[in-house]
Design a protein around this ligand. Structure first.
Ligand code: NDP
Length: 295
């Protein structure tokens, strides 16, 4: 058996960032507009702070302006809404991102609803999700992680139309929109979640598997149809004494087993992770182009 081809998200993401960089420069030269992304971070979760820092760095690397607001954990919903409304009205801001999760005393729904759908680069506004689900409608933005998964399939020439696809996980930010996107691409989809009976049997029918669960090594070799393509979204820390940090990151899919059976697979790290930020930059660029009618 030949081991699976590695789907190299890191290098695809780099390529996409180079493309964005060139477009940002072209737009600035032509009409003097620089795309801008505003990021709102509430509280002091370490992981969220890291994500926000990485997003800022990524913006810098392609020439997109970034604006950051940090609010204390005990801020009120009103304070967050005030900043969103300011960014909604600010023409130098083309994308607004509220880093999730929000502190427990805030209503995520109220806050995500307040982001103008024209600036909803995370694609989490219910109007954008609703349009994603409807035939004949188009969302202004698609959530970044699932969009990155589909982009990897496209760039590796994986056919989707008419294929059987299984999405494991049904979260609002990954699993659900990933399933909707695959359906829009004419795959036949099944969604596996924590109450699914015989997940292994269902998953084994898939030509394409997208896994977004958060359980290390849950998907074993026996779950996989020979030749299937696997996109592993999971990022799970597992103890590792040999690592200086004391842990390492693994996906939802048991890579050693899967890579002997699948035809192609994303590694963790270096698969979907870098694509997520590349798609955020892409959405911000698209937003700026759209509002300034720049092709
Ligand atoms: P959530 O916890 O929101 O959702 C997990 C989903 O998996 C739920 O739908 C849940 O089912 C399902 N699930 C849980 N346990 C099982 C099980 N034993 N069998 C089948 N399904 C199960 O997670 P997210 O979607 O936010 O994230 C999923 C993973 O992706 C995480 O590891 C996260 O770190 C990673 N991630 C990676 C990103 C990237 O950029 N690469 C971005 C975002 C997330 P139910 O609905 O029934 O509860």
């Amino acid at each position: 058996e030949t081991p699976a081809k590695v789907i190299d998200g890191k290098s695809v993401a780099k390529q996409i960032r180079d493309e964005i960089n060139a477009e940002v420069a072209r737009m600035k030269d032509a009409i003097g507009i620089v795309p801008g992304l505003a990021v709102i971070l509430v509280g002091d979760r370490k992981d969220s702070a890291t994500y926000v820092r990485n997003k800022k760095k990524a913006c810098d690397s392609v020439g997109i302006n970034s604006f950051e607001v940090r609010l204390p954990e005990d801020s009120t919903e009103q304070e967050v809404l005030k900043f969103i409304s300011g960014f909604n009205d600010d023409s130098s801001v083309h994308g607004i991102l509220v880093q999730l999760p929000l502190p427990p005393h805030m209503h995520e729904q109220n806050i995500l609803n307040a982001v103008s759908i024209e600036k909803d680069v995370d694609g989490f506004h219910p109007l954008n999700i609703g349009r994603l689900a409807m035939r004949g409608r188009d969302p202004l933005f698609v959530p970044c992680t699932p969009k990155g998964c589909i982009e990897l399939l496209h760039r590796y020439g994986v056919p989707i139309k008419g294929k059987r696809a299984v999405v494991i996980g049904r979260s609002n930010i990954v699993g659900m929109p990933a399933a909707l996107l695959l359906q829009r691409e004419d795959a036949t989809i099944s969604i596996v979640h924590s109450r699914t009976k015989n997940p292994e049997e269902i998953t084994r029918q898939a030509d394409i598997i997208i896994s977004a669960v958060g359980q290390p090594n849950m998907v074993r070799g026996s779950w996989i149809k020979p030749g299937a393509v696997i996109i592993d979204v999971g990022i799970n820390p597992v103890e590792d004494e040999k690592s200086p940090r004391g842990y390492r990151l693994v996906g939802d899919v048991c890579y050693e087993e899967a890579s002997q059976i699948a035809s192609a697979i994303t590694p963790v790290p270096g698969g979907v992770g870098p694509m997520t930020i590349a798609m955020l930059l892409s959405n911000t660029l698209v937003s700026a182009k759209r509002v300034h009618n720049f092709q």
